[in-house]
Design a protein around this ligand. Structure first.
Ligand code: HEC
Ligand code: HEC
Length: 189
């Protein structure tokens, strides 16, 4: 018998409710080639992302702790339940861990305990990086390094990266197959 208190389980949301709420999100997250206007980088892929992380990200945008004007506008009106439902729809089935492809760059040695050698976030609150757009991953890492995006867990690890490692690390995780995808815009019900 296990006497340790169980970690609070993440409750999966309602996909059908999320589909309605998430319709407006597809204009950006459902287009593989869509870019953030300035600075220019691809809108992050959400399909296959850990749902718990999607909710955490949305809460960050809602409070403004994670700064982004457009995403703040979208998250501001969502309740916690709305976020869980939208995460269930947009995230869909979480990407699975798989064998890593390619030679892991030395700089990822410290990253794999949370993000996996194959880029699959090993716990719900650790984002999956597998298959994410490389330019988005680079942008995120530079934001942690500059302090524009604040996170107590990530900040010290991003700070360890040399500037020349950022693109290498981003490319490695982005190239892992069977990972994140944009949400298909015309999904069968
Ligand atoms: C106008 C385009 C646009 C729309 C519409 C939009 N997003 Fe976003 N979204 C973005 C961009 C750009 C980012 C990256 C922002 C950043 O750098 O933090 C983002 C980031 C995110 C993230 C964080 C992803 C990650 O890997 O950290 C989540 C979750 C998200 N959006 C969910 C939503 C939801 C839910 C909706 C609809 C309610 C929505 N978005 C609507 C452009 C959009
Ligand atoms: C102790 C666990 C841990 C370690 C080690 C770690 N990360 Fe993270 N990482 C996180 C968490 C938690 C987040 C989400 C933080 C947030 O909400 O902004 C994150 C976010 C990220 C993101 C943003 C993803 C997105 O979708 O926006 C990138 C990119 C990233 N990490 C890369 C790395 C790299 C590269 C390393 C190694 C140099 C690393 N991480 C080490 C836990 C970790």
């Amino acid at each position: 018998m296990c006497l340790l208190p169980a970690a609070p389980a993440f409750a999966a949301g309602d996909v059908e409710r999320g589909r309605v709420l998430g319709y407006t999100c597809l204009g950006c997250h459902g287009v593989d080639t869509y870019n953030n206007a300035y600075p220019t980088y691809h809108v992050p892929k959400l399909r296959g992302q850990n749902q718990e992380y999607i909710v955490a990200a949305l809460k960050g945008y809602r409070t403004g702790e994670r700064p982004h004007a457009t995403m703040h506008a979208h998250a501001a009106t969502l309740s916690d339940q709305d976020m869980q439902d939208v995460a269930a729809y947009l995230g869909g089935e979480e990407a699975k861990a798989a064998t890593a492809t390619g030679t892991p760059p030395a700089a990822i040695a410290v990253c794999v305990t949370c993000h996996g050698q194959d880029g699959k976030g090993i716990m719900g609150i650790y984002p999956t990086l597998r298959g994410q757009h490389a330019d988005y991953l680079e942008h995120a890492l530079r934001d942690y390094m500059s302090g524009a995006r604040k996170n107590a867990i990530m900040a010290p690890f991003a700070a360890q990266l040399k500037p020349e490692d950022v693109a290498v690390v981003a490319r490695y995780f982005s190239r892992q197959p069977d990972g994140l995808k944009s949400v298909p815009r015309k999904e069968k019900r």
